[in-house]
Ligand binder design. Structure first.
Ligand SMILES: NC(=O)C1=CN([C@@H]2O[C@H](COP(=O)(O)OP(=O)(O)OC[C@H]3O[C@@H](n4cnc5c(N)ncnc54)[C@H](O)[C@@H]3O)[C@@H](O)[C@H]2O)C=CC1
Ligand SMILES: O=C(O)[C@H](O)CS(=O)(=O)O
Length: 485
């Protein structure tokens, strides 16, 4: 059994972590965690509800005064300890993540490093929550601006980045002086609990970080949205759930950060370095089997480069290996669940029925595996042009002019990431400025890093995570006016 491999590790936990204690659900109920790649039962974890969530929120509120009273340097030192422990257990955390999420091991190793980088980054950023001294408008006043933590934070995270989507929220929150209650996805709770165990070992005090595991996400979500002690909700996931959470938070006017769905275009102009474009498209499309919010969802190629790009890209996709997620030679693992496979099949069937040419793949393999797929001659009336496929399917569209390319790229409710390849500097500036997206890769398919702001516009959400901008999400700006000087 896969779990026997981890039982020896102190951070392998199958109980929830609430207010510094490892606990079961009040009614002792649990839900099962399975491996998407093998179907093997990995563990049973507590299936908690509103009462347990309420206690976690109240515990966070009780822990907040002491946590905010620590200096930024003291909080930063504890974050540094957490970072060190995550990296010390990188290989085992990666193996746990691969079995829980179906992410291939090479990508899981990358995610542990990527996720830990947010903890390292905000261990330092904690000390840069600068305020201002403003030249007074009258002689007898002195004006100062200070930054203060917003308060109890609720974090709801997705299965596709079981570790990084937690640290990308928790690290800045803790750095700013905020306690956090995490609701991880039912698909990947073990990675979240391992992070909590390492945080406990690093010395992060009881109540400052809690993990409420549940299969009743909407019930726990309601408590996180409706409890007035929660001052900030940070969510990463689908746009539909993001809208639900935003509506549920309206009554308390809870501050929100929403990292939602995408529909990333990948533009290839006639003047592009075609081999670089193929490499970039391959990386940006098939990363985590196409199950990331910044994965390419539409490839748009200018007439002059179309045939050559299609031929080279299809050949490159043919070289991708699917198989055992723990095999370092495998690039493509399973989809997360049956629903994901059916969405991929439906998009392919719709596209082919509307005239797309199937160049590679197109068929389900054993279990939740699906062949990396390439569709040529895609058109904008197809479902795959408007919906996030969240799977290993690359539809290729054709365009003639730069204006047409930008219009097609922007013709979506989403606005998270976009990519384009061109070696014309004027075109690079024009297209970068015209694309309605939060992030744009110019001659680059892999753009995510802790040092740059991650986030989208339109239906892809609001707020930015990571970078120097990421701390502000968890800080209030207070203006002090000293009179009678
Ligand atoms: N912008 C971004 O950074 C990301 C966006 N996504 C988007 O999310 C989708 C796939 O990821 P999923 O995890 O399936 O998304 P999802 O939105 O179904 O689930 C995300 C999280 O929300 C929870 N959740 C679901 N319904 C809820 C409710 N009513 N109340 C409270 N919590 C609830 C889930 O348990 C999970 O923890 C895709 O559309 C993808 O593009 C996923 C990851 C990152
Ligand atoms: O959840 C996701 O898809 C991530 O935000 C993508 S990334 O930050 O790892 O690029």
């Amino acid at each position: 059994m896969a779990t026997s491999e981890f039982a020896q590790f102190p951070f392998y936990r199958t109980q929830a972590f609430v207010n510094g204690a490892w606990v079961d659900a009040d009614d002792a109920s649990t839900f099962a965690v399975h491996s998407p790649s093998t179907g093997v039962h990995l563990a049973d974890v507590p299936n908690m509800g509103r009462a347990e969530t309420r206690r976690a929120i109240e515990g966070a509120s009780a822990a907040w005064p002491a946590w905010r009273a620590m200096t930024a340097k003291e909080r930063g030192a504890l974050l540094r300890e957490w970072f060190t422990r995550i990296m010390a257990h990188r290989d085992t955390l990666a193996r746990l993540m691969s079995q829980e999420s179906g992410k291939v091991i090479t990508e899981s190793l990358g995610e542990v490093t990527y996720g830990a980088s947010f903890v390292e980054w905000f261990a330092e950023e904690a000390k840069r929550a600068y305020g201002d001294v403003i030249p007074a408008h009258t002689r007898d006043r002195r004006l100062v601006v200070i930054k203060q933590p917003v308060g109890v934070v609720a974090a709801i995270t997705p299965w596709n980045f079981p570790l990084a989507m937690i640290t990308r929220k928790v690290a800045p929150a803790l750095a700013a002086g905020c306690p956090v209650v995490i609701k991880p996805p039912a698909e990947t709770p073990l990675t979240a609990l391992a992070l909590a165990a390492l945080a406990e070992e690093a010395g992060i005090p009881a109540g400052v970080l809690s993990v409420v595991t549940t299969n009743h996400s909407s019930e726990v979500g309601l408590e996180l949205c409706e409890n007035p002690l929660v001052r900030k909700l940070s969510f990463t996931g689908s746009t539909g759930v993001g809208r639900t959470l935003m509506a549920q938070c309206a009554n308390n006017l809870t501050k929100l950060s929403l990292e939602l769905g995408g529909n990333a275009p990948f533009l290839v102009f006639d003047d592009a370095d075609l081999d670089a474009a193929v490499r970039g498209a391959l990386a940006a499309k098939y990363r985590h089997n196409g199950q990331t919010c910044v994965c390419v969802n539409r490839i748009l190629v200018q007439d002059g480069a179309y045939d050559a790009f299609v031929e080279r890209f299809a050949a490159a996709v043919g070289g991708l290996r699917t198989g055992d997620v723990l095999d370092t030679q495998v690039q493509v693992g399973p989809l997360i669940n049956e629903k994901g496979v059916q969405k991929v099949e439906a998009h392919i069937a719709d596209a082919v029925q509307k005239g797309a040419r199937l160049l590679r793949g197109g068929h389900r393999k054993e279990g939740l595996y699906f062949e990396p797929t390439v569709l040529a001659d895609a058109t904008t009336d197809m479902r795959i042009a408007r919906e996030e496929v969240f799977g290993p399917v690359a539809p290729i569209f054709r365009f003639t002019s730069e204006d047409e390319a930008v219009r097609m790229a922007n013709d979506t409710e989403f606005g998270l990431a976009a990519y384009f390849y061109s070696r014309d500097v004027g075109r690079c500036w024009r297209v970068s400025e015209a694309l309605e997206y939060g992030m744009v890769g110019v001659n680059e398919g892999l753009i995510s890093t802790e040092v740059a702001p991650f986030g989208g516009v339109k239906a892809s959400g609001m707020g930015r995570e990571g970078s120097k901008y990421g701390l502000d999400s968890f800080l209030e700006t207070k203006y002090l006016c000293y009179g009678g000087i």
